[in-house]
Structure formats: structure tokens, C-alpha cells
Write a protein that binds this ligand. Structure first.
Ligand code: UD1
Ligand code: UDP
Length: 390
């Protein structure tokens, strides 16, 4: 069989991290069979939101960077579609690999499916059942433009079935006869692989930050619902600060640029209070290896991030989720993640419950065996043997 050309679309921080799992598996096991081309839309562009991951996670530098940057949804997505279309026409890949649910994912799905390049969606089937979230629309449209769909969890696989995807479809697979798989989660592969490396390569990171195991809790906030609604952001941060002070535990927050911008422009007084508080540490976004160390050693995690919710589970930490709903519903059913919206009373109650009884929680293996990237690539190769076409 001739080599297969897979075109990977990345753009936002979590997609660069996800693509590293596929890159690593290609380099290790499939270098004779697969060539990968990386297209970076430029959705994230600050060094600590993009370049740091290419350097640290040993992903091939992007073959193309479309340099799209920040803009409103329509403008940003349309610039990405235009740029991706040009690359597709030039590269003529056998297939296009998409990750997750960002505007870069959506743009890849639209550009590729309209030009009849088969789309493979990794992290398919996740649903919040809240279509006012931009990511929910991105997920639904990307899944319904795909030919191969890799669902990371049982819940995601069931969601696809309830939207009419049929597990019994047989090859040749096309956009009209797609194939769905329950694959496990490539982010579990990554967390397991990089956890050991983080201990070795960043041995002094926590000490340099004057942080000690279990003496701090970790929070990330970046969802538009939390950052753009100033009263929500304020309530969350005031509550977290008061818990840090009350329980004498340090709050460490590597904040997304979006959140910093909101604080600096619209909540200046609160930003000053937080910056001056000895129990609160606002820091710039950290690298993935540093994030793993922060997650592994903290007492508990507070977040609105999809990726960080799962990593709390990988590293066996209780998680407070600053959202009304989650796509990672197995965590909530398990009791190790609690949905609190932005409600100060619920944040406080769950925080104190977790602080008082962390040991009763269990962390079953919901996300595969750590070899999901290999599974995905094997299935892709198998499908090409069976004439994958759109
Ligand atoms: C995007 C995804 C979200 C994902 C998140 C991961 C969409 C619709 N949203 O949200 O699903 O969880 O990435 O982090 O695709 N900014 C910078 N520097 C950067 C990048 C962004 O300053 O390198 C600022 C800009 O002010 C920008 C804002 O952050 O307007 C939002 O960035 P954008 O990429 O539009 O969305 P995210 O909130 O990052
Ligand atoms: N992450 C990181 N540094 C940070 C914050 C997050 O490396 O300062 C990683 C985190 O460990 C996870 C991913 O980025 O793997 C999650 O990305 P994000 O929260 O931006 O987006 P989401 O997962 O919600 O789409």
C-alpha cells in the first residue's frame, strides 16, 4: 500500500497537545505507512499558547501556519476555511484529521468535506446539549461532516448513535456511510506518557514556585460564559480567594489570556486585590509538562476546561466544574467532579466537602488503555485498505 497522507488541523492549545499523541504514534509505529502534514490555523498565537507545545512535546513544526489570529466567530472561521481550502488543493491529502471542538475544527470540517476530502474526527460524539455554546455547534457540524468518528467515551459513542450514526455500517465508509468507533481518549495517552517526563525534565518546577504537594489548589478559567460575563467572573474569583484565605491554602491560577484581558480591562480593582493577596498566585499559561506537575501535586482542581476536567481524573484529584453542564458526564456520575455553575454557595460547599473527605473517591478507567492513538492509526490504515472514500 502506498503511504497515506494525513493532514492534521490544529489551532488552539488543546489541539496542539492532542495532535502530539498522533504524531508520536506515527513516529514510533507508522512512519513507513503515514506522512503527516500539520496545518496550524493560528487561532492561538502567543508563545505560551502555541510554540511552547511544539517545542516541549516534540511535534513537527507546522508545515503551514495560516496566521488567522483572534477575531469574531464568523470572521475567524471564514479566514480559516479559506486558508485550509488553499492548502487542501495544494497538498491533496488522503484524509483530514480534526481534533476537538474549536473554530479550527469547524473550519477544517467545512473546508475538507466541501472539497470531498474524507474527514476523521478525533474526540467525536461529545455533547453538552447546550447549543448556545460555540463548541457544541462545532462538534455537531464536525461530526456530521466526518467519515470516521472516534468517540473517546461510552457516553460520546451513545450520543452518536442517538443522532443516527450506525455502528453496523460496513465499508467502504463515506460521509454518507460513516464509521463510528469507541476508541478511548488520546489525552489519556498523553498524560500517562508525559507524566514521567515532567518529573524528570521539570524536577525543580514546584520548588522554584515555592509550592508544596497538597498545600495549594489549582484553578483555570477560560470559557466565554465565565470570562465575558463580568459578574460571573467576579463571583467565581472572589469565592476562590475567600476559600484560599479561610482554609490557608494557596490558590494557583495559570490564566488564559482571555481571562487576564477581562480582569485587566473590566475588573481592575479585583485584579489588584488578587495580585496583592499572599494566598493567590496568578501566573501566565504554563507548558503542558508544568501543568501536569501542577495537577499531580495539588489538593484539588477548579476549572471550566474540558481537558483539565479529565486530567483531574487521570491524576486522581477531585474537580469542581465551573459550568452548568459537562460533556464528560462520567466524571459527574462518578462523584469525583461536581458541577457548580458559578454559584458561590455551591463552589464553597463542594470545595469544603472535597477538602474534608478526599480519600473516599474512586477513579475508574473511563478513557481507554493509554494506546488510543495507535488504535486510531491502525483503524485508519485498515480503512484505507478497504477503500476509504467520501
Ligand atoms: C478556544 C476555543 C475553546 C477552547 C479554547 C482552548 C473556540 C470557539 N473556542 O477558546 O473551545 O476551549 O480555545 O484554550 O474555538 N488570545 C490571546 N492570545 C492567544 C489566543 C487568544 O490573547 O494566543 C485572546 C484574544 O483576546 C482572543 C481571546 O483570547 O480574542 C479568545 O481566543 P479564541 O481563540 O477566540 O477563543 P478561546 O477562548 O481561546
Ligand atoms: N494547559 C496547559 N497550560 C495551561 C492550561 C492548560 O498546558 O496553562 C493544558 C491542559 O493541561 C489541557 C489543555 O491545556 O491538556 C486544556 O486546554 P484548555 O483548557 O485551554 O481548553 P479545553 O480543554 O477546555 O478545550
Amino acid at each position: 500500500m502506498p503511504q497515506i497522507k494525513l493532514l492534521n488541523i490544529v489551532g488552539a492549545r488543546p489541539q496542539i497537545i492532542k495532535a502530539s499523541a498522533i504524531s508520536r504514534a506515527i513516529r514510533r509505529y507508522f512512519f513507513n505507512d503515514i506522512t503527516e502534514i500539520i496545518v496550524h490555523t493560528g487561532q492561538h498565537y502567543d508563545k505560551e499558547m502555541s510554540e511552547v507545545f511544539f517545542d516541549e512535546l516534540e511535534i513537527h513544526k507546522p508545515h503551514y501556519n495560516l496566521g488567522v489570529g483572534s477575531a469574531g466567530h464568523g470572521r475567524q472561521t471564514s479566514m480559516m476555511v479559506t486558508g485550509i481550502e488553499e492548502v487542501l488543493l495544494k497538498e491533496k491529502p488522503d484524509s483530514v484529521l480534526l481534533y476537538g471542538d474549536t473554530n479550527s475544527t469547524l473550519a477544517g470540517a467545512l473546508a475538507a468535506s466541501k472539497l470531498h476530502f474524507p474527514v476523521i474526527h478525533i474526540e467525536a460524539g461529545l455533547r453538552s446539549f447546550n447549543k448556545s455554546m460555540p463548541e457544541e455547534l462545532n462538534r455537531i457540524i464536525s461530526d456530521h461532516s466526518s467519515t470516521l468518528l472516534f468517540a473517546p467515551t461510552n457516553a460520546a459513542f451513545k450520543n452518536l448513535m442517538s443522532e443516527g450514526f450506525r455502528p453496523e455500517n460496513s465499508p467502504p465508509y463515506t460521509i454518507n456511510n460513516p464509521k463510528i468507533y469507541l476508541s478511548g481518549d488520546i489525552m489519556y495517552d498523553n498524560s500517562m506518557f508525559f507524566a514521567g517526563l515532567a518529573e524528570k525534565k521539570k524536577a525543580k518546577f514546584l520548588a522554584d514556585m515555592s509550592l508544596e504537594r497538597d498545600k495549594y489548589f489549582l484553578a483555570t478559567i477560560h470559557r466565554d460564559t465565565n470570562t465575558d460575563d463580568i459578574s460571573r467572573l467576579k463571583e467565581i474569583l472572589v469565592t476562590l480567594k475567600s476559600l484560599a484565605e479561610e482554609k490557608d491554602i494557596t490558590l494557583v491560577m495559570p490564566l488564559h489570556p482571555r481571562t487576564i484581558i477581562s480582569l485587566k480591562t473590566r475588573l481592575r480593582e479585583l485584579y489588584r486585590d488578587l495580585s496583592e493577596c499572599p494566598d493567590v498566585r496568578i501566573i501566565p499559561p504554563v507548558s503542558f509538562l508544568e501543568m501536569i506537575l501542577l495537577e499531580k501535586n495539588c489538593r484539588l482542581i477548579v476549572t471550566d476546561s474540558g481537558g483539565v476536567q479529565k486530567e483531574s481524573h487521570f491524576f486522581k484529584k477531585p474537580c469542581i466544574v465551573l459550568r452548568k453542564e459537562t460533556e464528560w458526564i462520567e466524571l459527574v456520575n462518578n462523584g469525583s467532579a461536581k458541577l457548580v455553575d458559578a454559584d458561590p454557595v455551591r463552589i464553597k460547599t463542594e470545595f469544603l466537602n472535597f477538602m474534608n473527605s478526599p480519600d473516599i473517591l474512586k477513579y475508574p478507567g473511563f478513557y481507554g488503555d493509554g494506546k488510543t492513538a495507535e488504535f486510531i492509526l491502525k483503524e485508519i490504515l485498515l480503512m484505507f485498505e478497504k477503500e476509504l472514500s467520501l
